[in-house]
Design a protein around this ligand. Structure first.
Ligand SMILES: [Zn+2]
Ligand SMILES: [Zn+2]
Length: 149
């Protein structure tokens, strides 16, 4: 961070990324529901044995429910060097807020974004407990709209 040759800075440009929104049909449960399901991973005194737990959610099916647009902020990397490039990204909160109130109910703090491939192209929106609610699929790069710059 202290190396001036590899500074990052906001580019001042934005890009709109479109996502297809899928509603997920989920089977199973997470560790916080093992008590009520009386799973084998519950120890006698009501304690949960995290090491023994094999409970998780499985996505059984999905249903296309719509589209959202997320505005991504541009960042310049390696500013002032021959390797300067620009990337665009939105924060998890910005993505969640784009889904409120049409696809999610409640406050933004109740949800989290899971980006298994770390590329922003296929995201899961989970409850804080880890239960998957929605899947977001980025529409192809051709659909990106450049605004400003
Ligand atoms: Zn369980
Ligand atoms: Zn469990």
């Amino acid at each position: 961070m202290s190396q001036p040759a590899f500074k990052s800075a906001p580019s001042g440009r934005t890009r709109v990324r479109k996502y297809t929104v899928w509603s997920l049909d989920v089977w199973g449960h997470g560790p916080d529901e093992c008590d009520e399901h009386k799973c084998d991973c519950m120890i006698a005194d009501g304690e949960h044995d995290d090491g023994a737990c094999e409970c998780h959610w499985d996505v059984n099916d999905r249903c296309r429910v719509g589209e959202i647009e997320v505005t991504e902020q541009g960042t310049l990397h390696n500013v002032g060097t021959p390797h300067q490039f620009e990337s665009f990204s939105a924060t998890d909160t910005e993505i969640i807020e784009a889904l409120l109130p049409e696809y999610l109910r409640g406050a933004a703090e109740n949800f989290e974004i899971d980006d298994p491939s770390c590329d922003g192209f296929s995201l899961y929106v989970n409850l804080i407990s880890g239960e998957p609610l929605l899947e977001l699929e980025s529409v192809s790069g051709d659909a990106f709209l450049n605004r400003g710059g």
